[in-house]
Design a protein around this ligand. Structure first.
Ligand code: ADP
Ligand code: MG
Length: 375
């Protein structure tokens, strides 16, 4: 049987008065939420507030007790659940790669089940690996245990995109990654989102991640939806105390003026630095082998540069070295005012900077980690 996609584009995903109980307890209660086509909707809330349950009712991994979930106006109950799930990408934290299958087989699994022929599957897997910035040559034949955490998340995303679904459900996909990896993947994910124009429902419990990625943010508490809105709406018109508490950046900012960059910076692993004369191809190999998403360099001029995995991949066979392909990286001194450093980062549209103590690299400053560091 040849698979036909249930939908090529999403007009809307609607949850109407949806309730799910386990025994006497509500996992989700009377939830009304509409996700519009092309938007990235964040679900955020404490652990146990009902986020995962909500997400899984969209692809029918969980059936609601009452209420209705519909996609483009059709009740999802009318779809065959298997066909529904193959029409929706699903990415979770520990992405559940099958350990005895190679990367290429993990990504191509659904395609195989759909009866694609081997050559076409290989070509699609190649395309997907390139898309998530993992060189197909060195990754096709690896097994999951030969991958870093960040690489596994990329494979999980590639697998979810295999059938080119117009709707993606993502459940804390970056939750287990360290801050540098996380920032890098979030940045790339923003690009992917723009390129693909997909509709995405994304669960997180990190308000910084929510504000960085989300078009709108839905706040859940105790099985209920508390408020949904753009980040600005939530900040300036919080509907209750809980929302202000979650989004209140003003209170946190008040202390910033006294703080210095060094109070908040993250320690720096010298392994991230490479010499500027390193050929891009050598750097790429090192990044791939050590699971690095980004490498840094210091130039003789005193300026700093960064090279993302994606850029190293693009420059791979051009014979260029890192000096030639690096992007400028802002530098602050450890004693600089944090407030001013953040203002400058924001002004330049950057989210990361190098921190020096004198001339010695001492740490990294991530704008989106700052608020968290202060809570
Ligand atoms: P979140 O993703 O926000 O952490 P969940 O949607 O996973 O929350 O869970 C919501 C509530 O439902 C929690 O109280 C959880 O303990 C409960 N719950 C979820 N799944 C089950 C289940 N299979 N059996 C019993 N209770 C469950
Ligand atoms: Mg959850």
């Amino acid at each position: 049987m040849k698979f036909k996609k249930l939908f090529n584009r999403i007009e809307s995903v609607r949850l109407e008065n949806v309730t799910k109980r386990y025994g006497e307890r509500f996992a989700v209660r009377d939830l009304d939420l509409e996700v519009r086509g092309g938007e990235l909707m964040i679900l955020i809330g404490r652990s146990g507030s009902g986020k995962t349950t909500t997400l899984r009712m969209i692809n029918r991994l969980i059936e609601p007790d009452s209420g209705k979930v519909s996609i483009n106006g059709t009740d999802v109950e009318e779809f065959d659940p298997v066909r529904l799930r193959r029409s929706i990408g699903y990415v979770i934290q520990n992405i559940g790669l099958l350990p005895h299958l190679k990367v290429s087989e993990n990504i191509g699994l659904i395609l195989k089940l759909e009866g694609w022929d081997e050559a076409k599957i290989r070509e699609r897997v190649r395309e997907l690996l390139n898309f998530v910035s993992l060189p197909p040559k060195s990754f096709m034949d690896r097994f999951p245990h030969q991958l870093s955490g960040g690489q596994q998340q990329r494979i999980g995303l590639a697998r979810a995109l295999a059938m080119d679904p117009p709707l993606l459900l993502m459940d804390e996909p970056f939750g287990a990654l360290d801050p540098l990896l996380r920032t890098q993947l979030q940045g790339e994910f923003c690009k992917i989102k723009k390129e693909l124009g997909k509709t995405i429902v994304f669960v997180t419990h990190d308000i910084n991640e929510a504000f960085k990625l989300g078009d709108r943010v839905a706040i859940m508490d105790n099985a209920s939806l508390v408020q949904v809105g753009t980040p600005e709406e939530l900040i300036f018109e919080p509907s209750n105390e809980l929302v202000s508490e979650i989004v209140d950046s003003k209170r946190k900012y008040r202390h910033l003026e006294a703080l210095k960059v060094k109070d908040i910076m993250q320690p720096l692993d010298p392994g991230y630095f490479l010499d500027g004369s390193t050929p891009a191809e050598t750097a790429l190999k090192k990044m791939v082998d050590s699971g690095l998403e980004v490498v840094l360099l210091l130039k003789e001029s005193g300026a700093a540069g960064k090279i993302s995995l994606n850029e190293a991949l693009k420059a791979g066979e051009t014979g260029k070295n890192l000096n030639e392909i690096s992007k400028p990286l802002l530098i602050f001194q450890a004693e600089d005012s944090l407030f001013e450093a953040l203002a400058q980062l924001k002004g330049e549209g950057e989210s990361m900077a190098l921190v020096l103590e004198g001339e010695i690299p001492a740490g990294l400053l991530f704008s989106d980690r700052v608020l968290q560091g202060l809570v």
